[in-house]
Design a protein around this ligand. Sequence first.
Ligand SMILES: N#Cc1c(-c2ccc3ccn(Cc4cccnc4)c3c2)n[nH]c1N
Length: 242
Amino acid sequence: RRVRIDVVTIFPGYLAPLREALLGRAIEAGLVELGVHDLRDWTHDVHQAVDDSPYGGGPGMVMRPQVWGEALDAVLAAGPARLVVPTPAGRPFTQATAQAWAGEERLVFACGRYEGIDQRVVDSYAARMPVDEVSIGDYVLVGGEVAVMVMVEAVVRLLPGVLGNPVSAQEDSFSDGLLEGPAYTRPVSWRGLDVPEVLRSGNHAAIARWRRDRALERTAARRPDLLDALPEDALDRADRAF
Ligand SMILES: N#Cc1c(-c2ccc3ccn(Cc4cccnc4)c3c2)n[nH]c1N
């Protein structure tokens, strides 16, 4: 099964890193097909204008619907797809979102800039296909390109054959609802700091318990919201010490 990913942007060069390393190999292996399109290819004026002033006033500029409509009609002509529009006002993009999208045949990402894209673009396509307005986090970026890089990486790593060691969905970090605990490798002592004894004990039950305790401790300290979101039966008696 292969996934076709198309990205429309006024900065196609911004997406070049997608063709490096792991994702680049997935593309070469034919697991992923990636198309990056310059939105300005669908302008017709000498200035290649893609933005205009916002109705109702306010700061900045808004991206014009006509150009986006022609670009997306052209890209979507290749077949049905899920349209993804990154925006600070989007629903949170989570591991669950990545899991869901990993099952799609085609994803088309519309990267906005300025203050975003005229809302009628989303509204007009939402009438005929799944359209997701998503945000990768509670901070403000200048455009959607970085968000698309994040989302494409999170999705493509889930595709069979992409990762060398295919972590199963339930083993993936965040899948048990807790943060990953600390990791260690050689040397056993480094700048006066030693690897925790238990990890070298060979006692796999003790190691599993220690790792769970560290994950619970870290989650309670850094992401208490994740603890609150755990299903009732997720924490056993030993877990409740945290
Ligand atoms: N996903 C995501 C995002 C974005 C994001 C995404 C697309 C666009 C297109 C334009 N802008 C700039 C902009 C627009 C409106 C207000 N403020 C800034 C973007 C920001 N910012 N932060 C995130 N987590």
